[in-house]
Design a protein around this ligand. Sequence first.
Ligand code: ATP
Ligand code: MG
Length: 652
Amino acid sequence: MMADDAASEEQDLSRLLIEERVFQPPADFEAAAVVQDPSVYERAEADPEAFWAEMAEQLDWYEKWDEVLRWDPPHAEWFVGGKLNACYNCVDRHVHNGRRNQAAIIWEGEPGERRTLTYWDLYQETNKLANALKTLGVEKGDRVAIYMPMIPELPIAMLACARIGAIHSVVFGGFSAEALRDRIVDAEAKVLITADGGYRRGQIIPLKHDADYALRQTPSIEHVIIVERGEFPLRIVQGRDHWYHRLLQEAEPYCEPEPMDAEDILYTLYTSGTTGQPKGIVHTTGGYMTGVLATLRWIFDLKQDDVYWCTADIGWVTGHSYIVYGPLAAGATMLMYEGAPNWPEWDRFWQIVEDHGVTVFYTAPTAIRAFMKWGTQYPQAHDLSSLRLLGTVGEPINPEAWMWYYEHIGGERCPIVDTWWQTETGMILLTTLPGIDYMRPSYAGRPFPGVSAEVLNDAGQPATSGYLAITRPWPAMLRTIYNEPERYVEQYWTKWDKATYFTSDGAKREDDGYFGLLGRVDDVLNVSGHRIGTMEVESALVDHKAVAEAAVVGIADEVKGQVIAAFVTVKEGNEPTAQLSQELQKHVVDKIGAIARPQSVAFAGDLPKTRSGKIMRRLLRDIAEGKVLGDITTLADASVVDELKRRYEEQE
Ligand code: ATP
Ligand code: MG
């Protein structure tokens, strides 16, 4: 017994930082919450399939399913035999059920234009675009690539595809022509929907112009549809390129939605590429829609009079699930913003919250840390009292950033839901239900009702810290990797047995059942035989008052195996000095112990991030070890890496 314990102890990740602070939702929030009965957890656990079937009833189906789940590990089918249409569920049913004139999308362009689309507007545009796609020869099962800025035509394009059963592949508008080309080629897309351009930080992003480079090497593309966003320079190829507004003028007003099998593909989407080559994830219709609608309603506590704002770009899964399919299936009113948070001023987000009376706000730790860095004067200048619930997703949130969000944005009155999930999971899997669960900064929380998760060690035994595993299929789970069925099995279902999903994330679990994320398994540090997740060391650094953001990596050391190299950005008004660097090393030792002492602390203007805002530690490792940089196609800003390299070498 003892020997066993010691062995598993060695394999486990160390758990260094235990956050004891606990926050309760305010009484008035609890009293009005969508979910108020804590027994939902036990009820779902007693019969998960019955629970998910009940959640699926919130959708409109043409034909009901014969079987809730068919599980042939690692292949799942949900709601087998059921038929539905995702677009019908997001648009038509609201038009028929009293929400026809309700705002679906309140949009603000970066230069300041505003548009409001009701569900009726969405219905009309979606129907016409669906007919236009058909006229161009798009059929059920065909792939359509979408490369657009954050304008209402982007969700409309996705819904139009869903309406006719075409599979969309959205490529984030900030990606290069090469990334677009690769994704079009992988999907063999027949049509590309794009725009003449968009705005970001006052600059024009000439999307169609960039797309033309990709289109030289995409033989599958027969037609291109271009939304006219502004007056951007572009070239039209006769016969291939079509203006969106012209097509819509000529299109029939109604298009019958295609009844889709629950397991028909709704879309493919690539992961962010934080750890390497992005993977083309496949999501199907019935289970996905069930999962996103249930989680949206329960976790974001969405009600009729809410103004919901998720700041993600629709080019990422957060946008697919929690801007498009979840909120629209729920008949919500959402805000959509095209541009940067600091344009034209550093308070643009707070101006938007104040102007539109945003009530539910969902963003990423990378944004929160940027707000912290800029200073509290920007949110303070605005009336944020409409906010009642905050959310975060994308990376572990350091306790300091959590507290800042809670105090300065939420006014200590808004619960925060820290939502853990992945492109692969399709829906949120770990979080708190804001009306019944307390919050613990930096702990995502518990598995959503009906979801089963564990922290396992290498041997597959439960551990207090180790790897996060999902131990039961869930409706919105990926079905495969596009064109790579073996990689699907290999990547996710071979770490233990083929019914246990490997997330690639390290996690710890506390006595109250709360899960805390420790960072990527690929990034784990190994110091003198101790395996340490990046999250806790970084949180100790961010805990220092001068620090805005931190990333740590392990670099090879002859004696210790690895030593820790830290990269830090400071808050406005702080100087990166040698003294501060020593102070930070000491701060980490004081917070969590000598084992985690960074051997070096390098200051940076910014850290290398993916285009979705996640820190790319693998590039920092390459820099610290003086290696040639790995795959940088998903890197947001290459100049950040050049600067870091220079500074790091100077410091050496
Ligand atoms: P790739 O798989 O290509 O490396 P990626 O993992 O960054 O890219 P996404 O699917 O966008 O692609 O990100 C999912 C990951 O983001 C999770 O595996 C986890 O590491 C991190 N993450 C998301 N939400 C949270 C959260 N609330 N807390 C901690 N980590 C989170
Ligand atoms: Mg991933």
